[in-house]
Design a protein around this ligand. Sequence first.
Ligand code: SAM
Length: 309
Amino acid sequence: MVRRDPGFRTDREVGRALLEANWLRPETAAWRLMDALLLRRVKLPDPVLDLGCGDGLFSFIAIGRGRMGLDHDSYSGLGKFTDSSDIYNSGRSTSKTKVTKRPRHRITGVDHKQNLLDQAASLQYYERLVRHDLNKDLPFEDGSFGSIFSNTFYWIKKNAGLARECRRILRPGGRMAVFVPNKRFVRNLILASVPSRWHWARFLDNGMYESIGQNIPPSWRGLFTRAGFEIESHTRYMSDRFVKFHNIGTRSYSRYMIQWANRMGTTERRKMKRQVVSDILPAITSYLEYESRTDSPGCFEMFVLRNPS
Ligand SMILES: C[S@@+](CC[C@H](N)C(=O)[O-])C[C@H]1O[C@@H](n2cnc3c(N)ncnc32)[C@H](O)[C@@H]1O
């Protein structure tokens, strides 16, 4: 049975931590907060595998309930990236991070980008970080994890193979939580209705239509069931309107803001970040309440899956 999300009751502490991590892309903070609020309903037994961990901040905050000092965020170590649509391809420093609340979890992270894994390592949260292409078989023994979290399946071409591999490495009774977009998400992107010869549309979309549209199967439910999973719960969330806001948002402009922010001195950067968080957190809280009242069928889906044997 598909469940429509019954409503996002915001947790201010988690909202603040996610906005501090994503302060130069508030619409991403709002998205991550929706994910975190859904994920906290799910028990993820140790040892946990974080597939496509990126810079680790989402899992650190949402799964580990960790908190970091004000100077560490998703942009603090980024260098120049004017030649790439993916800001996370740019170099990163691994300056010492101040962790103010340490999570208690045995967690392994996997990603294909070394610069992101370096950033994740600076959180001192992951027991193990592995560089690996998720289109290939996973480098772990059968039944070695109690649970898996991933918001990365839609980036992976061979995602049916990845689902089978996930089942193999989960213990019997182990659980997997995944977040995936559906075709409705893609239909709400600018380039789904504006021809790509329009430069403005390509500029605002910033590579999203092409990268997300390609790997969505006709049915995620079918894909996970065929891999041998049982579906514990299936929740749709995220309105058409949110996808449209996000697709315009600050994404194409944030590359400049990140460079400006990283040229500020530490004191000035902190002051600016505090102000952004104090002004924008109430707007995100209010938006999530509004989002809960829309009756869109949902452009994203959370599956909680169980390995039956
Ligand atoms: C949507 S981001 C999620 C990152 C992180 N989990 C978060 O919530 O912030 C997708 C992640 O998948 C990683 N990724 C994409 N394709 C991959 C591949 N073929 N193999 C391994 N990681 C991949 C990217 O580097 C990125 O960190």
